[in-house]
Each structure stands twice: as C-alpha cells, then as structure tokens.
Design a protein around this ligand. Sequence first.
Ligand SMILES: [Zn+2]
Length: 287
Amino acid sequence: MLRNACMRIVGCAIGLWIGMAVPCEAYQERAWRELSDRTLSRMGRALLRGQTRHWTHAESPHFIYHAAVPDPLPGLAREAEWVVAELARRVPADVDAPGRIYVLTDRRAWQRLMQVSGRRPEGIALQIKNEIFLLRDPDQPPAYVDLPHELVHWWLWGLYEGTLPLWIEEGLAEYWGWQLAQTYHRQRQRHLYRDRPTISPTLWLPWDELLARTTYPAEVEANRAFYRQSEALMATLLERVGQAELHNWIRHMQAADWQLEQVMHDSYGWNEADMIRLWQQVEKRLK
Ligand SMILES: [Zn+2]
C-alpha cells in the first residue's frame, strides 16, 4: 500500500515535469466495493470468479481496471487515457459508459479466454464490445502496440457498434495503433520499430476478396497478410481523402453497403484512373 502511494507520488512528479496530458489524480486504485460500476460481463465474471479481493481495481476517467497484479496499472492507465485523447481528436465520439480493461498474467486463464471467445491462441490482447483484455506475461518482451490497437477497436465499437467490415476495423486498428504507440513512446524516449516478416506473394488476397471478408484467414501467415493489406489500404485511403473525412467516409460506405468503388466515384468524384492509382499506391506500400 505504502509502496504504491510512494510510487504514485514519484509518477506524479515525473508526469508534471514532462507535461503529461493526464493528471495523476485521474488514476485511482480502489477497493472493489468503491468502484463506480461493478457490473461485469459474463467473460469478466468468469475471470474474476468472485475472487475480487485477489485483484487490483482502479479507475481513470474513461476506464475501470481489474488487474491480476498491480504493477502495470498506473502506466497502462496513463497510456490508455493519452490514446483516448488522441482518438477523440481524430474521430470525435461521446463516451458515456466507461470501458473496462482486464490485465491477466496467468497464461492458462488467458488461453481459456481466447478459446471461449473463438480467438487465435497466439493473440495477447482482445477487445469485445466495451471491454479490453490484455495478457502481461513477465517472461515475454513488452508489447507496445497491443493496447493502442485494442483501444482503436474500442473507440470504433463506441461509434459503430461492430458494424464495420473486417478490413476497415483491422486496417484502422493496425495503422492508428502503430502510429499512436510510436508517438506515445517517442515522447518518452523509446523508439519503436516494426520487425515485419516478409509475406510470400502467394498469400496476398485478391482485393475484392479482402473487401468481402467477414472472417479471419485460419492460417497464421495468411492472417498476417490480411492485416498487412487492410492496413495498407486504410492508410492510403486516409491519405487520399484526409483523416478528418474518416467519419463521413464511413457514413458514405455504410449507405452504399460498403461498396468502395461506388463511394469513391459517387461521393468523391473519383474516376477509373483514380481507382487504378489507389491500388498502385497500396501495392507499393506492401513492397
Ligand atoms: Zn485488431
């Protein structure tokens, strides 16, 4: 308890010194009974299993946290609130209910969670509706991009409630998740780089197939190609239409039943040559 209080004061002083956007009072560790909302999802209840006193609970302006170990929480909360402020600048949204972030350390409990939710076993982060689940394995190198990536999904869920096609969801989460992680850590003198394995050319999906996908490719390499292509397409589109246009673009896409070419033609006046240039730019990005 004392150690935490001392650490928080040190964190506070450092925060003021480098001018962090989130004031330290914004993060508070709380006993279970002091939390502003104790209504857990089915998944949350299965994780905590009534053992709330064995978990550390905390709150910050946009989130309620439940962590199996307390150490990562203050830093995680600071990063989560920073990302939310950045996302609010990109696509304004009203967040009325706080999100919930669970931090697990037990790999077996994590694998059960991934199994129950039908996710890939190698994943280390997961967002379902208003909740984010993170694995923090002390034996593994720190994961810098998983929190911003899932927070982008969380933000999109608040805006579009899971109605976006997979390529837009993952394209944005990959593109913005990486940008946000890079900026956040650069401000703290940590320079991230992406170690991205080469994708075999046979694994790239035809573009019409990518746009129509409603499920993730089962094979690990093919899944990686799907993420890479989705990100390259979203990044190029955002550069062409402008980041501030994203919400309008999504509304146009929704109204046109997600037909990209039709929207670019009808709402942005693109002709065939513009579309060809788009695909050339995306392909170049993938090289
Ligand atoms: Zn994702």
